[in-house]
Write a protein that binds this ligand. Structure first.
Ligand code: CTP
Length: 240
């Protein structure tokens, strides 16, 4: 499947159900299989709203989204879930064991698959240091883990599926630069398409495409080098 990992937005506008104003306004872009896309923009710009349309948490009000070359509406939800790994801004952990949390949504995951994903997400050693390792029970919402640990656990959970498309919505914000860079190096090996919301210049630099979002629109698009040349706004972000 040649288009495995491709994502296209075609004139997508979106407003949340029951709301009168649009939070996304005529968004169009095409991402090729295997590309890394960094999404930057101030709070409330619409970054999460864009990403939520890919796993169909919401449908566009107007326009269409294509994944792996198919209109999302023509993909069965079960099938779509296998193609996409999505870690929302707030990690969703529950009060089961680490293992149960990792296998959530993929109950047939083996322990060795979990460990491999946990290593890639730089959380394996933290887990083995816990009292009962992978069988340690997490408190409600993973209460006994730090923010960055929760994020890495969520990333590991997404990696277990070996998705064609991985969406990290601010899911590495609590990681230091070095840890984040290790996680991203490991993700490179999955050869998946990656969308990553970030505020870190180091992450933007490694992207094939940076999208700068403001007020529900893509206001700049390009690589780091391109935007450094062409975008005063990007330079402002880069130097801040
Ligand atoms: N919004 C909304 N209803 C929601 C979520 C968001 O009306 N359930 C609105 C927000 O108030 C905002 C706009 O949608 O005006 C875009 O929000 P979002 O996509 O979450 O923006 P982000 O760029 O992701 O902001 P942040 O960095 O703060 O996550």
């Amino acid at each position: 499947e040649q288009l495995k990992g491709a994502v296209t937005f075609e004139h997508v506008s979106f407003r949340y159900p029951g709301m009168s104003s649009y939070v996304l306004k005529d968004i169009s872009f095409h991402v090729r299989p295997g590309e890394t896309v960094a999404i930057l923009g101030s709070t409330g710009a619409g970054k999460s709203s864009i990403l939520q349309l890919i796993p169909r948490l919401y449908d566009p009000t107007e326009g269409a989204v294509y994944v792996d070359g198919m209109n999302l509406k023509d993909i069965k939800m079960d099938d779509l879930r296998k193609r996409i790994g999505f870690t929302p801004q707030e990690s969703i952990l529950f009060s089961g064991t680490v293992e149960e949390n990792l296998a959530w949504g993929k109950s047939d995951a083996s322990l060795s698959e979990m460990k491999a994903a946990a290593k890639d997400a730089q959380i394996h050693e933290t887990i083995t240091d816990l009292k009962d390792g992978y069988e340690t029970k997490l408190g409600q919402k993973g209460i006994n883990l730090s923010g960055g640990q929760k994020q890495r656990l969520s990333v590991a959970r997404a990696l277990i599926r070996k998705p064609n498309i991985l969406i990290l919505d601010d899911s590495t914000s609590a990681l230091d630069l070095q840890t984040e860079s290790k996680v991203l190096d490991a993700i490179d090996e999955y050869k998946c398409t990656l969308f990553i919301v970030t505020q870190k210049l180091s992450t933007a630099k490694r992207a094939d495409k940076i999208m700068l979002i403001d007020d529900g629109k893509i206001i700049e698009e390009g690589t780091h080098d391109q935007l450094m040349n062409t975008s005063a706004l990007y330079r402002e972000i880069a130097y801040s």
